[in-house]
Design a protein. Structure first.
Length: 224
């Protein structure tokens, strides 16, 4: 057991987008560009996005437009979202508390990894570019390009923990969406949510999962 870690937690699984990476603004701009590309322009604020964001992302787009999105439009939507997002990514910074939270967890004796829905090659490149790749024992992303439909995280969490030989009961996920906690549940892992990205604090609290106000508060809640 890690000293100071309640319940025997010794490993933190971090979500990337909206949690360690401060990219919600870029996500919203990419969504607007994608909708404009299919002839359904919408003005979306970050506050609005935090009230409607969910998984799968297909449901968000469906709720925002007035007519059904045709099969061919989904491909245009995905390609536009991805190209806009990738173009803007170099200018996106880490969450202001990310490095402090990672150091805080390491000082408490925690091992740390990332499980994200971001495409794995781009995820690994971005983590490396941000200068924090050496912190993590494993980095797992999506094997499929696009942002509308992605493989759920639970299977990747289970696979990653098995590779790391970490008991799910000794791991916890930190994420910014209720879906992160639900996927953690399915994998037998506890979760703490933070209002740093795609979901408002009110929605996170309403989910019934533990909520911390910042990344450092989340780590403090885990490590005691």
């Amino acid at each position: 057991m890690v000293v100071g870690a309640p319940g025997g937690i010794r490993h933190i699984i971090w979500d990337w987008n909206g949690t360690l990476l401060n990219d919600t603004g870029l996500t919203v701009r990419s969504a607007m560009a994608a909708l404009d590309a299919i002839g359904q322009p919408k003005n979306i604020t970050i506050e609005m996005w935090r009230q409607i964001s969910t998984r799968p992302l297909r449901n968000i787009y469906t709720s925002l437009v007035d007519v059904p999105i045709e099969a061919g439009q989904w491909q245009v939507l995905e390609q536009t979202w991805l190209s806009t997002y990738v173009a803007g990514l170099p200018a996106v910074a880490l969450n202001p508390m990310a490095r402090q939270a990672l150091d805080q967890a390491a000082s408490a004796g925690m091992t740390q990894s990332i499980v994200s829905l971001h495409t794995e090659p781009e995820l690994r490149a971005d983590v490396q570019a941000k200068g924090i790749a050496n912190v993590f024992t494993s980095i797992s992303g999506s094997r499929r390009a696009g942002n509308v439909e992605r493989t759920p995280k639970a299977a990747e969490v289970r696979s990653q923990l098995a590779d790391l030989r970490v008991d799910p009961a000794q791991a916890i996920m930190i994420g910014d969406m209720v879906d992160d906690a639900r996927e953690a549940d399915e994998a037998g892992v506890r979760a703490v949510l933070v209002p740093t990205g795609d979901t408002s604090r009110e929605r996170l609290v309403a989910s019934g999962y533990p909520v911390a106000d910042s990344l450092t508060d989340a780590v403090r809640l885990i490590t005691g």
